[in-house]
Structures are given as structure tokens and as C-alpha cells.
Write a protein that binds this ligand. Sequence first.
Ligand SMILES: Cc1ncc(COP(=O)(O)O)c(C=O)c1O
Length: 146
Amino acid sequence: MRTFTTPADHVVFAEPSFVVYRLAAMAHGVDFTAVPLKNDTHDLEAMARAITAKTRLVFIANPNNPTGTYVSRTALERFLRDVPPEIVVAVDEAYAEYADAPDYPRALELRRTRNASSSSAPSRRSTGWRRCAWGTPWALPSSSTT
Ligand SMILES: Cc1ncc(COP(=O)(O)O)c(C=O)c1O
């Protein structure tokens, strides 16, 4: 949140989803839109519609916490194509190990759809955030890419 946004910006995430997205936005004073799930799953079309000129960051927990649902590769590819490239799309794959559906997408495999990087956060014992992938107009140093 602090890396990609200022209090003048806006973020989009699903509701309910990983509660830290909301807490981080509130702690950083960033306006947000929490888009209700549809059939317990991220409603990517509604999330795309929630994007404003101020939106800088979108969170997609895939699979989602707390519902355990996932967005398909087709749906995620479409979303990444539709969203303006200057908006960071953070695909949080903290629970990727539990997803075995054939159409479950690994965000880093969608590089051709959008520039993608992953954070290794080597100083943290985190399991989840290391698996965040995002589309950015720039690349992170190779030392922080897994
Ligand atoms: C969706 C999601 N992302 C990230 C995290 C954070 O993971 P970690 O505690 O490994 O940093 C969690 C933890 O509950 C989570 O549910």
C-alpha cells in the first residue's frame, strides 16, 4: 500500500476478502472501494467498473480468503487486459498451494498479458506475500524476483 499509493489515491478490493487490504488502506488514509463478491467469488467485472481515475492498486486474493473460491485464468486474463496498465494489480496467491483446478491461473504465467513481477520479501518469514504478483509499468530488480 505504501509502495504504490498515497492518500490521494484509491484502491479496489473484494468484500469479503483478506481483511488486511482494508486495514492497510485505512491505516494509510487511502480511499477504497470494496466490491461485493458474486457467488462467493471476486466479481472482476464489477471491480473493473469500480476503477476510477484515482485508482492505483487492485487486490485480488486468488484463492480468496475467507471463501476459498478462485478466479479462472480466462477471467483474470480478461481483467488484466481491461485494466489500464498504470494500475498495479496485486494477485495475492497466499493459498495457491491449495488450488488444483486446471483453470486456476498463476499470475506470473500471465506475463504476456501484462508485465508481472513477484516479491520475494527475503527478510520476512511470510508465506503469502511472497506470492503476490502484480502488473507494473516497470520491473523490479532481478534480486527481488523469484
Ligand atoms: C489472502 C492472504 N494473503 C496474505 C496473507 C499473509 O500471509 P503471511 O502471514 O504469510 O504474510 C494471508 C494470511 O492470512 C492471507 O490470508
